[in-house]
Design a protein around this ligand. Structure first.
Ligand code: ADP
Ligand code: ASP
Ligand code: MG
Length: 409
């Protein structure tokens, strides 16, 4: 007998038929004697629908009220799934995040989980119940409903698995595992049997939305055995996120390609090249709670330099205003330019540590397609480039081919 936390995403619970299908899958595991906690997302499209409603009423919806509303999507799913399980003669009980008591901080719309009261769930499991928990939501110490950021049901799943010490956290979704890149963009993408935790962390942080970044962080911190599988297929082992690079593992230099269109680029031109300038530019940006991603400062010439960085696209206008109104006049920069039609494409692989020439190969492949690289950032196991948004898919496809990701290693 094993104990699984199973998370089913939006597409997997996208209709009452599909919810019944999830109930049948859960029933099968239950009948094999396993203990199951199920975490579900809102039905596909529902969270977007609710957010759009809020925007019809308020241009910048009040975050507390927004959380009250967008958490309802998951509440519908848990009750329907509990009913479907009951119809199959399985004892089932649903809980919202606040009923479990998934305690979070008060950062509405992107709250962090602080603690989970697991005693109630444990008692239900021992009494033979399947426990169904709403993903994506929690409650802060004042009793306000919070949500965990888009894709946050993954994090609920992993956090519950950590708190309850489950044998495995299984993320059931509409693809049958983690692929070398998004299979919807590159048809030749290949499913990986395993991916290292470090690589998955990079992939998630660089834009692969198959797992929410925080869920991977949680899995790392609490050593949760995490697997991604299809909710539509019965066979298949999916992809296991592993903590060690063992010898039998697929030995590709590059394991995957991530991309995202969520960023915008800003360049401050003709900045006086003296100590403290990076702080004078980025300090006010940070004070406005804007996260900065890639940062590049050019070599100075004649006492002046250019300074570029990227921010989330949603923060582009806000950041441009801060720079133009507060920073440019203050530091005497020549101009502030920006563009939000960019994309970031990244290759990821632990094999990069022991192989030279990966960056030059990446740049050559892009050059051969006439794709201009606007920014570059590297770490030990990844190389990211910013390119014009219109070349993003082409870049991903040619890199996927050039690094033989379509071939078994
Ligand atoms: P869910 O609603 O189940 O949470 P998501 O849409 O959040 O599902 O995540 C699954 C999707 O992630 C897939 O449909 C796929 O298009 C996308 N995806 C992006 N990168 C990858 C990747 N490397 N491997 C698998 N899927 C990926
Ligand atoms: N329903 C939420 C979203 O759409 C959470 C999730 O699906 O994981 O982002
Ligand atoms: Mg998701």
């Amino acid at each position: 007998m094993a104990f699984f936390v199973q998370k089913y995403g939006g597409t997997s619970v996208g209709s009452t038929e599909r919810i019944k299908n999830v109930a049948r899958r859960v029933a099968k595991f239950h009948s094999q004697g396993h203990q199951i906690v199920v975490v579900v997302s809102a039905m596909s499209g529902e969270t977007n629908r609710l957010i759009a409603l809020a925007h019809e009423v308020q241009e910048n919806p009040d975050p507390r009220e927004l959380d009250v509303m967008i958490s309802t999507g998951e509440q519908v799913s848990i009750s329907l799934l509990a009913m479907a399980l009951t119809e199959l003669d399985i004892k089932a009980k649903s809980y919202t995040g606040s009923q479990v008591k998934i305690l979070t901080d008060s950062t509405h719309t992107k709250a962090r989980i602080l603690n989970i009261d697991e005693a109630g769930i444990r008692a239900d499991l021992d009494a033979g119940y399947v426990v169904v928990v709403a993903g994506f939501q929690g409650v802060d110490e004042k009793g306000s409903i919070t949500t965990l950021g888009r894709g946050g049901s993954d994090t609920t799943g992993v956090a519950l698995a950590a708190a309850l010490k489950a044998d495995e956290c299984q993320i059931y979704t509409d693809v049958d595992g983690i692929y070398t890149t998004d299979p919807r963009v590159v048809a030749e993408a290949r499913r990986l049997n395993t991916i290292t935790f470090e690589e998955m962390l990079e992939m998630a942080s660089l834009g692969s939305k198959v797992l929410q970044l925080r869920s991977v962080e949680f899995a790392g911190k609490y050593k949760v055995k995490l697997r991604v599988l299809s909710s539509f297929e019965d066979e298949g082992q999916g992809t296991l996120i592993t903590f060690e690079e063992d010898e039998n593992m697929e030995q590709a230099v590059i394991s995957g390609i991530a991309f995202n269109r969520d960023e915008a680029k800003i360049t401050v031109l003709g900045v006086p090249d003296h100590p403290g300038i990076a702080y004078q530019i980025l300090g006010p940006v940070a004070d406005a709670n804007v996260d900065v991603d890639m940062i590049i400062q050019n070599v100075g010439q004649d006492g002046l330099t250019d300074f570029s960085f990227t921010v989330h696209r949603n923060e582009f206008n806000n950041t441009m205003n801060i720079l133009k109104e507060k920073i440019q006049p203050h530091i005497g920069a020549r101009d502030v330019l920006g563009g939000d039609r960019i994309a970031k494409v990244s290759i990821v692989g632990v094999g990069m540590r022991s192989h030279a020439g990966i960056a030059s190969k990446m740049f050559r492949v892009l050059a051969e397609e006439g794709i201009n690289i606007q920014m570059i950032a590297t770490s030990e196991i990844k190389i990211s480039v910013v390119v014009d948004e219109k070349y993003m898919e082409l870049a991903v496809r040619v890199l996927h081919k050039a690094f033989d990701l379509d071939q078994e290693p």
